[in-house]
Write a protein that binds this ligand. Sequence first.
Ligand code: FAD
Ligand code: NAP
Length: 510
Amino acid sequence: MLNVPSQAFPAPSSQQRAASGGRSKVPLKQGRSLMDWIRMTKSGKDLTGLKGRLIEVTEEELKKHNKKADCWICIRGFVYNVSPYMEYHPGGEDELMRAAGADGTDLFDQVHRWVNYESMLKECLVGRMAVKPAVPKGMRLKTQVSDTLAKEGLDSPSYDWFQTDSLVTIVIYTKQKDISLDSVIVDHRDDSFRAETIIKDHSYLIHIGLSHEVEEDFTVRVAENVGKIEISLKKKENTSWKCLGVPLEKHNLLISKKDTGLYYRKCQLVSKEDVTHDTKLFGLMLPASTHLQVPVGQHVYLKVTITGTEIVKPYTPVSHSLLSEFREPVLPNNKYIYFLIKIYPAGLLTPKLDHLQIGDFVSVSGPEGNFKISKLQELEDLILVAAGTGFTPMVKILNYALSNIPSLRKLKLMFFNKTEDDIIWRCQLEKLALEDKRFDVEYILSAPTSEWNGKQGQISPALLSEFLKRSLKNSRVLLCICGPTPFTEQGTRLLYDLYFSKDEIYSFTA
Ligand code: FAD
Ligand code: NAP
């Protein structure tokens, strides 16, 4: 059983508390947490008012249901009665009402396209829209997207295949220069083969039901200078294939990234180590039939089923330890993915993750996020401002910058925590600062014990200006900031006030 406390939600100190600006979570009434909603959906109550019937909804009918007590919303052609959900919505009733009686797909995608609404709202499903658009959003015709790419000066991708006695090789011509091994995600399950190539803000999908059986493992090679990707599959039998297979959903289409659904594969928990009193390092093993490398500064979604409802939350992969990744060559068959995860005893997902046993499976999505390592090229100063688990995106950034940016003169980490016991990887950070003279770390504690003689307080202009000195006047600098949303928002505002330009600041936000 999940132990959901009875006090007002969220707890006074909780990260869920309303933020001062931007899109915020609103305080929910007692008994209106996500877990309470899950219980409600299992209660057998008629949540649609249609006694389990599914209907075809016309646009005229949809428009009529535009009040709080009678509110229908269409998402990707499916209509939901969201009135019973209003009080449970973490973004508040007003946000939901913005799409009342209308198609809320765009709004939903802007705010949280990763939330698994099909599972969360399945008991609220009224039915389908009566008339489907001729070309559903997210599956724009290749030519349309090609036109968009052409406007950006980009060629549209294509693919081909060839075979030898033992191999079938699929070649993807992206015609882009900034393609690397982390630009392509390959999953091969039974006879279905899926390769998603990320090109700028688009995904190019190869999705085929293979005509013959192949071995589980395969190799992926990238010719970076011409943007060519080769995926070599091992034939199970040395027969000649007449065709590659049958096209499956979205095959050979370029889809805008924001319209691409998340694709999950099941990964096995292989290690779980204590890092602090409440934070653990989880090691997951990707299936042999998957190629997935999460780019520096990006996150994935973990999906777990809790009492029949799929819960999805974002987590940022880290390296196994500081500086373990980029000093050794990244192996193309890199099969492990690590997460530093803080367990909130009253949280919905993290207690479930905490209870996973070695050998259990968790679903992991493909990467998401806007950070690009090109931001790090030719930097002289890199300043990382992190609070709590907001440290996680900094791990790979820090590793990468120290190992791959020859121009880097100084890398500073300003790490905000409540107490000394909360500092993640403190020993490793200090060892690194001793080993590499370019790296400095400063801890700032908001609730230290009386023995603490370091910096204390919350993020403030005084603390920042003391720490944020450039190593050279007008040096090329990047500041990255990540933590609880109000921390990040406040910190970003303060950084602007301290005369850093928009291009010099990268804020990790939800
Ligand atoms: P939630 O259910 O969201 O609860 C959070 C807080 O609310 C807790 O303090 C809990 O005690 C309190 N609470 C919940 N229910 C109640 C209630 N009924 N009454 C009172 N209080 C309540 N986190 C990491 O640890 N590592 C990462 O690498 C990481 N990466 C992230 C990347 C991104 C892009 C983002 C946006 C977030 C990331 N997070 C990360 C945070 C993560 O996604 C989750 O928000 C976090 O793990 C909490 O999930 P949860 O379901 O356990 O807690
Ligand atoms: P925490 O332990 O609650 O707080 C860490 C430090 O931040 C503390 O010193 C705390 O001070 C301070 N802080 C918290 N809220 C603040 C605010 N509103 N203003 C100023 N300082 C504040 O943090 P946590 O539980 O680890 O939470 C980490 C957060 O980072 C989560 O919200 C998570 O979602 C987010 N995160 C985001 C990403 C991303 O990529 N977007 C990645 C990883 C994590 P006080 O003691 O005064 O509260």
